[in-house]
Design a protein. Sequence first.
Lengths: 77, 77, 157, 157
Amino acid sequence: MVDVLFFAELQELVGDEKLSFQAEGMTVKELKASALAKYNLANIDSAMIAVNEEYADEDTVLASGDIVAFIPPVSGG
Amino acid sequence: MVDVLFFAELQELVGDEKLSFQAEGMTVKELKASALAKYNLANIDSAMIAVNEEYADEDTVLASGDIVAFIPPVSGG
Amino acid sequence: MDKNVWITREPIEINDVIAKVVRPEAGAVNTFIGTVREFTKGKRTLYLEYQAYVSMAEKKLAEICDEIDQRWDNTETAIAHRVGRLEITDIAVVIAVSTPHRKDAFAASRYAIERIKEMVPIWKKEHWEDGDLWIGDQKQEKSYENRIPVKGEMENG
Amino acid sequence: MDKNVWITREPIEINDVIAKVVRPEAGAVNTFIGTVREFTKGKRTLYLEYQAYVSMAEKKLAEICDEIDQRWDNTETAIAHRVGRLEITDIAVVIAVSTPHRKDAFAASRYAIERIKEMVPIWKKEHWEDGDLWIGDQKQEKSYENRIPVKGEMENG
């Protein structure tokens, strides 16, 4: 399984901070196109992607146990 | 009378933080050349001058009650 | 506390952050404190809500300290960021950098806050009288689409 | 305390200085803290002794606050400077400037410390293992002979 984390407006749209999918072998892009499509996350493409707490690109291939996070434009400070 | 204040190394050389002189009508330059000459204040010419807590030049003419201060190069902060 | 960077739900004690960086080798400490401002572009904020991806945010804050360490000689950096509900004038972030000489302290502290706003996974939601919104891309200088933020990007900002 | 600038023989509480400038209109506070450094150019300092022309120094510090107020929009500045004997890592000066946006806070805080080093009548005496000396002209950029320091001089520094 792959855990997927959502923050800020994405978290509110999904209605959850974490979802789990059988996404082993998928790229993040494929994960978005398949499992996440039904959530209609309009702004997900402006979110950065982190895999296991490191920024990654959407061609990253996921493995079991990976944690994917969608990082909307940040506004700390 | 005119009060004259000394700080830092000048204060140590003079041996006092304040001296009073009858310097009414003198310029600061004249004060240095007369009353202060005997103290051999080698670096007094690299001190800035303040009269009544405002920086002034050495042509300032002193009046009774004025407070003159010699301000060696500052090193606060 | 052992670590020099942390995310907390509690009010940040400025002295705790500064104490991490004061040391005999340093003559200068620059501190940047971000507080909740009431008005932005004429609009009144009632309060803010900060959220963080805590584990990654602390990792990224530590990376910023490392970047500073590499860019300037002999620095010590500490950063605390608060999350949860913050009222007007509450402290959201405290950065402290100590260096032997003051010029570097100012530069490194500035670098830290710019990097935080660029790449640390923390978000704020503004609450106004007429609604609320998660704020993104405060710098409004670029699109984040499919991009990985790189070191030193802020210098072009 | 009512005033925003003060000279004191007691340890400076950083929070007291910052509290003077935190306000709803400000989103950024920059703080500069000068501490006693142990080594300068390889020479070990044992302790420092600070002396001030207190009444004039407070007046000049207040002038620096006014200068900042004129140069940057919507600032609040507070400055405390300690005198007497200070040990290694003790705080000699704390400057805090609050502004709506961070860029100005950094610039104004930097301006304040440069101006202090230029024209506020405060002196330090270094005490080393092999002697002591009143330090002058730390900026070593110019002679003070017969000169009145003018506003904005630091920008050429």
